[in-house]
Design a protein around this ligand. Structure first.
Ligand SMILES: [Zn+2]
Length: 284
């Protein structure tokens, strides 16, 4: 089946997971591959089966090169152990509705489906490039371009929200989650990519560390905390992997050209992935 056709079927079955980002009414039908709300606002499916829900253009700092590098390193398995941990905490592994917030180029959601996640999975990102890559590479979920600030997702319809290395809007997550819905947030821990930090910022000690204390406190204010869990492991890198890692991470934005050149000439053979999983339930 063509991508646009399977996306059309997905939307017909799951129209109730969405709402119009303009007027917040329900979508009532999909006609000629166009999703239409009760006030006749419409959003067209692209050939790849994605929908662009943004009401105005967005700026984001991830260019296509970074996204492709992230795809490569994700396919090499950098995030697999952390995603296996995420998977183990998802309560509705089959038949549930799941929203991957800031899904990027789609690798993480695809890997979760390889692990066994099935159901109504939606990945969205504010980056159009990211969603094009995701829909081009994967058929495991419905992908769309959307903004949490003008959300096209319906109230209280989601069993699971994933918020992996992506920005949060907790009020919005509370609205979207079912009464008993689960949020899994992943944030970097102190030693996340520590070897790369040291390479890039060897003379700037303050940039070598990272604290997520405020993030954790804010999470606890909004959700009934079930568990926080630290996942830490070392990942072996080929030269190719290392160059992709350098390319994909925002850490490189703050690094000097000299530091990046030095790193390119002295590739790391191993990198530490150190993250914290925050797993919470909706309070209300
Ligand atoms: Zn509308």
């Amino acid at each position: 089946m063509k991508k646009i056709e399977s996306a059309n079927e997905f939307l017909k079955k799951n129209m109730n997971l969405f709402e119009c980002p303009v007027c917040h009414c329900e979508f009532r039908k999909i006609e000629k591959n166009s999703l239409q709300c009760t006030n006749d606002h419409s959003f067209d499916l692209s050939k790849k089966g994605t929908i662009y829900f943004l009401l105005k253009g967005s700026k984001n700092e991830y260019n296509r090169e970074m996204l492709e590098a992230r795809y490569n390193i994700a396919q090499a398995g950098l995030f697999n152990p952390l995603l296996e941990a995420v998977y183990s905490h998802i309560e509705h592994k089959t038949g549930g509705s799941l929203l991957d917030v800031g899904c990027g180029e789609g690798s993480q959601l695809d890997y979760l489906t390889q692990l066994g996640l099935s159901g109504n999975n939606i990945g969205f990102d504010i980056s159009k490039d990211a969603i094009q890559l995701a829909a081009g590479n994967f058929t495991s979920a419905f992908f769309c371009v959307a903004d949490l600030a003008q959300s096209p997702f319906a109230t209280r319809k989601y069993d699971t929200i994933l918020n992996i290395f992506s920005p949060s809007n907790y009020e919005e997550f509370e609205r979207l989650l079912k009464k008993d819905g689960l949020i899994i947030k992943v944030v970097p821990e102190n030693d996340y990519l520590i070897e790369l930090r040291k390479l890039f910022y060897h003379d700037q000690k303050e940039k070598q560390t990272y604290s997520n204390q405020l993030v954790i406190e804010k999470f606890k204010e909004h959700f009934l905390e079930i568990e926080t869990r630290r996942i830490s492991y070392s990942f072996s890198l080929t030269k190719e992997n290392f160059l992709d890692l350098m390319m994909m991470t925002p850490l490189s934005w703050g690094a000097s050209e000299e530091a990046k050149q030095y790193a390119t000439d002295h590739p790391l053979a191993k990198i530490t992935v150190d993250v914290r999983l925050l797993i919470g339930k909706n309070k209300s």
